[in-house]
Design a protein around this ligand. Structure first.
Ligand SMILES: [Zn+2]
Length: 245
């Protein structure tokens, strides 16, 4: 009995806890809710007002420590005096913002014209970073949608915003494309969904094997794209801007 009482109290107080670092407070809320917080998870619901700015300030201190550990004289080197501030802002508000901001609002329209033909969106430029090295991933994505009468339709700019929201997190390409497919399926409820993602991984080009030409391409086919090979072929042959076309 007393054990259970203590657990409940901890969970409740976690959200009000004002001690420890801001990351500690957010982490204890996530743990109390049993919510996963991997690099490519969105944790927006667990942040309170003002905490993103606090995270950024905390991170700035830690990036400064990284520069000091690298024996860079940030006192006299004018090029690096503001680097910690810039990097902290870049991580929290720009390149990893997809972890901390809510999903962009998406207006769904009913499929009044009962469209049931293949639609292709792309190539859309994607920018991300690999979870392993935090090196840039730059690429292109194509999305094929086969709607049915019940599907919701979303505007082109909303595809771009949703793609950016998923990619603005430390990712690995296979998980990024699966997250994107889950999200688009949930929003659109199509008969079929196909996604092709082709990307340069800077951790292969800038370090490691330093292979400038290696690209990684992967695809996800769901619903009618899985069952119907001619639909699959049609999508792949119509992908605009694809090197093979
Ligand atoms: Zn990497």
């Amino acid at each position: 009995m007393s054990g259970k009482f203590r657990v409940d109290t901890d969970a409740a107080s976690a959200s009000r806890d004002t001690t420890g670092s801001v990351s500690d407070r957010i982490r204890s809320r996530l743990r109390a809710a049993g919510k996963r917080f991997h690099a490519n998870d969105n944790i927006h619901e667990f942040l309170e007002t003002g905490e993103l700015d606090q995270l950024q300030a905390d991170l700035e201190t830690k990036v400064r420590a990284v520069l000091e550990t690298l024996v860079i004289d940030i006192e006299s080197d004018h090029n690096t005096q503001e680097t910690a501030r810039r990097v902290a802002k870049m991580y929290v508000k720009e390149i990893f913002a997809g972890r901390y901001v809510p999903m962009p609002p998406v207006t769904e329209f009913p499929n009044v014209s009962l469209l049931n033909e293949l639609m292709i969106i792309g190539p859309v430029t994607v920018r991300s970073a690999c979870s392993h090295h935090l090196c840039p991933i730059m690429g292109k994505v194509w999305v094929g949608v086969l709607p049915n009468e019940q599907s919701a339709l979303i505007g082109l700019s909303k595809y771009l915003r949703l793609i950016d929201w998923v990619m603005s997190r430390p990712q690995i390409q296979e998980e990024a494309i699966a997250q994107l497919a889950d999200l688009l399926e949930e929003k659109i409820q199509p008969d079929g969904l196909a996604i092709v993602l082709e990307a340069d991984h800077f951790c292969m080009q800038w370090r490691g094997v330093k292979d400038m030409d290696s690209k990684m391409t992967n695809s996800i086919m769901r619903g009618s794209f899985l069952k119907d090979s001619s639909l699959r072929r049609e999508f792949l042959s119509l992908m605009p801007g694809n090197a093979q076309n």
